[in-house]
Design a protein. Structure first.
Length: 395
């Protein structure tokens, strides 16, 4: 697929340009706003023009590119061509790691010297993308993690079910490599046909013991510069999710969890981490018990909350990529809340959950960016009619 231009060629002021891949996902709009308000010139890449981030007043242009998961080489070629184009007008652009598949492309030799980005060593990135290897490292470091089993074939999954039938233990099935709630099942497949269908969709899986009641989901987010110095850290609790059984957060609140931050730093330190990452936990506030869930080796969906709390991860990342030193950021107000309206509406229609009409509480709303705010409400229903989204959300 040849890239297309969908906006004017105004390549902007001082060359401080940031390329935001995967611009069709909800978190792209808060990222574009956070960068634009910080004086960055933003280019959005997406698989479709049904892209709320494009309509933000801070979006400079849209480039339509192939899917990084299905067509990695073609996507890398399109992104590299855009970087060449932008560099000719003001120096190498910054590449924002939005999703695992697109961030993995940054290691391609085509981007050396043509773009600025912060990523961990490739081996560390691969470990973070593989939940089973992540848990293996956690056990070596003495970090609590649920009992987990790597199953490579449908027969392995069927035999696991038979071996654990009647034990009373609850298990979660999830792809070894995935993001969000895609592929997560809270019951073992019942038949051989079910096991085969799961593997056709997701490949090798992880079967993990489900954490008991009383635990909440907590995200510990970090940015490290090129020297491995911690630039920023932030914690938030998930108060509501879609789907309700566990997935993207629809309502979250800032929190201070120093013990979880310390363990997350231990894990990321062992990986010589550079750039952005969020370490997800299950945590019991009453007992202090916790269990590692995964590492997200890219920008996370709840990024608007730390931005509102004064920890502007997208802007800090862009500045770090450009060699700008900033004082470490770790202070922020506790109890600040932010929601995701589209996710709240999905929970309303599917589960009857109440939806607040207080628009400023949602990440989509920004009174200084009305075009983006309106587009973020109008376009999501149209997105789910588009083949790109039907394919991704069908899972």
């Amino acid at each position: 697929m040849e890239p297309e231009e969908a906006a004017a060629e105004n390549f902007g002021g001082d060359g401080a340009c940031v390329v935001v891949p995967d611009g069709h996902w909800p978190k792209a709009l808060p990222v574009v706003r956070a960068l634009g308000k910080g004086g960055m010139d933003v280019s959005v890449c997406a698989q479709t023009r049904l892209c709320p981030a494009l309509f933000s007043r801070w979006s400079g242009r849209l480039r339509v590119v192939p899917d990084a998961a299905e067509h990695p080489q073609e996507c890398a070629q399109a992104l590299a061509a855009l970087c060449d184009e932008l560099a000719a007008h003001g120096g190498p652009p910054v590449l924002m790691p939005m999703e695992e598949d697109s961030a993995a492309l940054f290691y391609d030799a085509r981007f050396r010297g043509k773009a600025l980005f912060l990523m961990p060593p490739r081996a560390s990135f691969d470990i973070a993308c593989d939940k089973f290897r992540t848990f293996g490292l956690a056990r070596q470091l003495g970090i609590p993690a649920p009992e987990s089993h790597h199953l490579a074939t449908p027969d392995d999954l069927l035999h696991f079910r038979k071996a654990h039938a009647g034990t009373g233990r609850a298990w979660v099935v999830k792809p070894v490599r995935s993001s969000g709630a895609r592929g997560v099942r809270y019951a073992l497949p019942a038949t051989a046909a079910d096991c085969e269908a799961y593997f056709r969709s997701f490949g090798a899986c992880l079967v993990q013991e489900r954490v008991g009641p009383g635990f909440i989901a907590v995200g510990a987010s970090f940015l490290y510069d090129a020297a491995g110095r911690r630039v920023a850290a932030f914690c938030h609790d998930r108060l509501d999710e879609h789907p309700l059984s566990g997935g993207a957060s629809t309502y979250r609140v800032s929190s201070h969890r120093p013990g979880l931050l310390a363990m997350a730093e231990k894990l990321l330190g062992a990986l010589a981490w550079r750039g952005l990452a969020m370490v997800e936990w299950k945590y019991n506030p009453a007992t202090g018990d916790c269990a590692l869930l995964e590492i997200n080796p890219r920008l996370w969906g709840s990024v608007e909350l730390p931005v509102r709390a004064g920890v502007n991860f997208p802007l800090l990342y862009a500045q770090a990529c450009r060699g700008r030193e900033t004082p470490p950021v770790g202070e922020y107000p506790e109890g600040l809340a932010c929601g995701w309206l589209a996710g709240a509406l999905l929970n309303f229609f599917r589960h009857g959950r109440k939806v607040s009409l207080d628009l400023p509480r949602y990440q989509e709303w920004d009174a200084s960016d009305m075009r983006g705010s309106v587009a973020s409400v109008v376009l999501p229903p149209l997105q789910y009619l588009h083949p790109v989204f039907r394919k991704k959300t069908a899972r």
